[in-house]
Write a protein of this length. Structure first.
Length: 232
DNA sequence: GCGACAG
DNA sequence: ATCTTGTCGC
């Protein structure tokens, strides 16, 4: 897998928005998953509120066992600020570098953030899917845009997430009674299938196993690095 | 101008 | 995302 150098986007707000509009046209919303999905990956990024060092991790699990089979990570300084709608410009570079260290190519990637449930239909999951040329799903813990009714109480209950006339994702109950997830396609997958895979990857926790484990790994890395720094 | 706003 | 203590519920 080869990746261009992304250390500096060198983009202002208008240019980033323009780029997203172009990228959104390349997003595919039809299923292009292999007949048999054997490996599902989850990605996440962690950092301090007041700190520019980002820790990214990608965890690959086998399916349907959902056992971790490989972990890759990367850390780097990030200067791009958090701007609602431009999250991918902040987290994508360090994430791609973590992916670059991966030996096994996953069949599907679950992302902590939105897919097409984004003002310009180009959330982090879409941007990552396009870069990696892989099917991706956005599994966000909260809403960025769109509206929809509260889904039922039971695990698996869902309701459509819409913006204007279009359906951009689903509000999904991943466990009984928990706050729902905002699921939307990232790339090469449709909405119902994105929901199916999200639920298929959920164990006894609110977050799907791939992103949940990536989150744990990312926090472990940060604690480790911070301890290493204060001790030297 | 005002409110909303993934992580 | 992170900060941060105790507290409510299974």
């Amino acid at each position: 897998m080869n990746f261009p150098d992304l250390h500096s986007w060198n983009l202002d707000y208008a240019a980033a928005v323009a780029l997203q509009r172009r990228l959104a046209r390349q997003v595919e919303l039809t299923n292009r998953l292999p007949e048999r999905v054997r490996r599902v990956a989850g990605v996440d990024v962690s950092y301090r509120k007041r700190g520019d060092i980002f820790y990214a991790a990608v965890v690959v699990l086998d399916f349907p066992e959902l056992r971790p089979v490989e972990v890759a990570s990367w850390q780097a300084r990030v200067d791009f600020p958090y701007i609602p709608g431009l999250l991918s410009f902040r987290e994508l570079p360090v994430l791609l570098n973590a992916f670059r260290r991966l030996r096994h190519r996953p069949d599907l990637v679950l992302v902590d953030g939105q897919g097409i449930a984004h003002p310009r239909r180009c959330g982090l999951a879409c941007h990552l899917g396009l870069w990696l040329d892989l099917p991706t799903v956005g599994c966000a813990k909260s809403r960025l845009t769109g509206e929809g009714p509260e889904p039922g109480f039971a695990k698996g209950d869902r309701s459509p997430l819409r913006q204007g006339g279009e359906e951009i994702g689903a509000i999904v109950r991943s466990r009984d009674g928990v706050r729902p997830l905002y699921v939307s396609p990232g790339h090469r997958i449709d909405i119902p299938t994105a929901v199916d895979w999200t639920l298929a990857c959920c164990g006894r926790y609110r977050m799907p196993e791939p992103t949940r484990l990536a989150h744990l790994e990312t926090n472990r890395l940060r604690r480790e690095d911070e301890a290493r720094r204060s001790g030297s």
